[in-house]
Structures are given as C-alpha cells and as structure tokens.
Design a protein. Structure first.
Length: 123
C-alpha cells in the first residue's frame, strides 16, 4: 500500500509577506491566517490548503519565461469571469502581464507583485 500524503501548504518567498498576502487575498477572496505577521503571512485556502508568503532578504523576482532567476513555482487558478475580465481585475490589483503568452486562448500567464508567474484559466 502506498503512503498517502496530503498537501497542506504552499509557501512563496517574497520581500514583503503582508503585501503579497493582501494581493492574493484581494485576487482570491481567501481569508487571512490569524497568525500572520511581518515575516510570514498566510491565507486559508480551500480544503485546508494554506498559501503562505515568507520574507526573504535580498529576494530576486523570477525572470519568467527566462531562467536567469528561475520561476521556482507556478500556480494556476480557475476564474469564474472571462479571461479578459479576470486579467483586467488582477492587473488593477498590481499583477503584471508578461509578453510571452504560451497558452493562446486557453489560459493567461500573469505575475504577482513579487514577480511569481501564475496562470488563470476559465472554470
């Protein structure tokens, strides 16, 4: 019998955990973790999954799609609105939009304020 593991947290390195948590909270509607502070902030996700943000001094933003600073992590989110509407909303919250868009109309790649790439896909 295979041992079963349950994913309970994904943590992103960043220069400002509260600011990055606020971006993702506004983007997703997830609730802040009650023990968040200046060095580690979290959001309580669905099915008990915590999305964490930890302070790293000297953090260098990923250079996606290039690899001079590897992306380290790539998160995908399903969105209820159209990709155009979701993209506009997220850009308004501080996301970036790289020129390189490899998925055509199936998905959009954006970057969070700390430079981490993430995809939005229609539900």
């Amino acid at each position: 019998m295979l041992a079963r593991m349950q994913l309970v947290a994904v943590t992103l390195d960043c220069p400002d955990p509260p600011a990055l948590a606020a971006f993702y909270q506004q983007a997703t509607g997830l609730e802040p973790h009650p023990e968040s502070d200046a060095d580690f902030a979290g959001l309580n996700g669905e099915h008990g999954l915590l999305i964490g943000f930890q302070r790293v001094e000297g953090h260098r933003a990923p250079s996606w799609p290039g690899q001079s600073v590897p992306q380290q992590l790539h998160i995908c989110f399903k969105v209820d609105e159209s990709l155009d509407e979701a993209e506009a909303r997220l850009l308004g919250l501080g996301a970036g939009r790289p020129d390189h868009q490899p998925h055509g109309d199936r998905a959009r790649v954006l970057t969070d304020p700390a430079g981490h790439p993430f995809c939005i896909i229609p539900r």
